[in-house]
Design a protein. Sequence first.
Length: 492
Amino acid sequence: MYSTLPAFVSALFLGFGVYVLLTEGVTRVSAPFALMCLTTFAWQGTWAFLFQTSSPETAGMLVKAGYFFILFLPTTFYHFVTELVERRDERPLLMASYALCVILAVLLVTSDEVVSGFGSHFFGDYPRAGRLHPVHVAQTVLLSVRSGWLLIMSRRQARARHRRRLLGLCLVSLFLYSLAASDYAVNYGYVFYPPGVIFIAISLGILAVTIVRHGLMRQYFLAATVAQEVAMPLEVIGMHADELGHALPELLRGYQLAVRHQLLVNGLYPGQSERLPTLTRAIRRQIDSTSTVVEMSLASFTLDRLDRRSFAPQSIRHCIDSALDRYPFQPGERSRVSVLPIDAQLRFSGTDSLFVFVIINLLKNALYAIETGGPGGSGTITISAGRDGGFCVIHFNDTGPGIAPDVLPHIFDPFYSTKPHEQGGGMGLEFCRRVCDAFGGTISCASTPGVLTTFTLRLPEPGSAADRAVHDPPARTKARRSRTGQGGSISS
């Protein structure tokens, strides 16, 4: 009778793991969850046989076999949490915890230091704690507290409501999972039917539904798939356009000679022969523009999973030059943009590709505002940069129509846009804000309608206090609050 529940839960956990893997695939989040399910499946399956056996020799083997998997359970949960909250800096502690599990598992198999035999109770045989068993208990407590702290801090910093709800469900799951530690009392001689399996079943059930319902990794697969499926045809079209661009002048010259010698009748309308060579260049510009959007979309999806340990010093001037080289300017647009002299040694800590996308976004918005803001589309763009208290400060000015006071507080909000639906989704400036935030900096905007609009970016210089705070979330949050109000109103 007492073995029925472990047998049922064992099968249930096998179902949980398979369900998540089939639904989400093998990802950094689903893999440790499946590992939790696998260890629980093996542990509870072993207990189902242990509670029925009457052979001391068999009970002794089952006790050690079941506890072998129990030793790894807290670490697999902690592993799941570190991937969920994207804290790669937890990797040393995670590896140390797995190493301790391996050491305890070896001692479990080769000695009685972790589990010292078993005791016979009304529900069946159950492991008895050895001298080193408290090490495993302490490890479990440490990892539970650490996991809870990571979830709480990540939930406080999450802006999206669904993300906070997801992390809240994981906190509830962690609480229920921790209640399973009541089983340790039985290891120390307190006799009651171990209820831990019930708490763990509910806990991992919540996690399974949460993973699938919120699609924790689906957006990354979708972004990668879209980027690959769109980028390859675009590149092929670009190659064809380049080939046409090289061949077309010769073909047109032959066509014009044939018309001149009356070998054929000119079927082109006036001016078409002069316009044809420009079409391939226009196609290339559109391809470059679309490719940039695809890359930016992929960067936006993966922005929350940045490994900040990969940040390196980046030249402000080099990034701005790269953005200007990559931007698909229309005729006459490049002359509107000027860059004031920038110190070649002025550097920020981050990744150059993301900052290039930020500049491209600001260029796109400013040029759109200038072109649509009034008769003649007059206006210029000026980019400058300098230092201020450990920060690189970049000023992006445009003399377009400006931003209305009622619109200004919302420009960094996701999906907020004053453009027609087909021309903007309201994610460009939100992307800029997220990049600056990931670098440990800020972006703000001040605008006088009809006169000047200024975007101010403050990015930490390498080795500055703000740069070090990027790797310390509590200090980083405090630093951001202390900077609020500098350089204009900050919308977030």
